[in-house]
Ligand binder design. Sequence first.
Ligand code: CAA
Ligand code: FAD
Length: 379
Amino acid sequence: MNFQLTEEQLAVQQAAREFAQTELLPGVIERDETQTFPLEQVKKMGELGFLGMMVDPKYNGGGMDTISYVLAMEEISKIDASASVCMSVNNSLVCWGIEKYGTEEQKEKYLKPLATGEKIGAFCLSEPEAGSDATSQRTTAEDKGDYYLLNGTKNWITNGNTASIYLVIAQTDREKGHKGINCLIVEKGMDGFVVGKKENKLGIRGSDTHSLMFTDVKVPKENRIGEDGFGFKFAMSTLNGGRIGIASQALGIASGAYELALAYSKERKAFGKPISQHQAIQFKLADMATEIDAARLLCLKAAYLKDQKKDFGKAGAMAKLFASKVAMDTTVEAVQIHGGYGYVKEYHVERLMRDAKITQIYEGTSEIQKIVISRELLK
Ligand code: CAA
Ligand code: FAD
């Protein structure tokens, strides 16, 4: 693994950093307060190529490597994790899934507008009664010959209202267990498809998380991804890469909080000197910086393995497990370093602390990451 970033990777990192500072930072506190999705900003992210970074240029993508994606995700997440989860889902779940397993027609019709951000995608696996235990889902996709009849409810769906292209995982043949599950591409506007209410959340409050209801939605057979019964494997395989995105999001939340705490500690004076001169604060900063570096290396290792076309499932799960804990620990300490000021909105760290928590829950909870990792270890 090469520790030296290429010119191109550094340029992507710089572009993401500038975009986050100039376009995302203004208004991020208000969007959190009012639960407003960063629509204009996400449009600009599409124009800059951040929504289809790894997609082949022949499908309108950026043709970049996963390392560049990790670097960009970190920079965007430092400032606005609601924008970065939209970016992560679009890039590593929806675009990647269609590009890797879709037909040529699906790529032409769906991947091209997704890669430019002209359309936004959503990935719909979780249900009210089935989150971690994803095979126990109840949504059905009944085989009706040339179409599937889709019925059921998905919940917690990121980009739920903003999206117009949805990858929906549903049961076709319950008797076959996970081999009876399919993934269907569903378009907003199909008869019987209704977007439910937006969730009022602890963190990533700008992200639009919705439940989705499907009642007798007719989905053409040509919208199935992969062979009949491939849907669960599709979801698992796609999530392996998605977890690198969320790990990088956690990394960005942590490094954003650390940078704020470091700067604040040099300005704030107590007992006649900057608080950074007190050893208790210095040790907190040392722990934060060390853990963030370790999290970054795990993210980059998983990205490197993916780029090298090697197995990256375990590495991605390790990166997510570790980086999400670092995000929680670092943001809590960043609030502590800010004292009372850390507890109010203007200083950003309280939002980062609230945003950090979700990284231990979605795309597989930390307990599920341990299941994924230990299964690989014991193989
Ligand atoms: N990669 C590839 N294939 C995998 C896999 C992986 N990580 N994990 C399982 N599989 C395959 C298995 O090989 C198996 O196939 P075979 O029978 O052909 O060998 C099949 O999938 C079923 O596997 P298991 O028997 O291991 O399935 P299980 O019921 O025990 O569950 C699990 C395994 C890992 C716990 C899985 O259910 C899981 O990942 N749950 C978490 C769900 C999740 O992450 N949801 C995220 C929703 S999306 C989201 O959250 C987006 C967002 O917030 C922004
Ligand atoms: P449960 O599965 O009920 O778990 C409850 C607790 O039990 C957790 O601590 C869990 O770790 C633990 N647990 C469960 N099983 C085990 C076990 N075998 N061993 C040890 N502990 C276990 N889903 C999507 O499909 N698409 C999305 O876009 C999406 N976006 C989301 C956005 C937000 C803001 C949120 C909150 C969720 C989102 N999700 C999405 C859903 C998310 O992936 C699930 O919440 C997550 O997988 C956990 O499922 P659950 O909430 O049903 O918890």
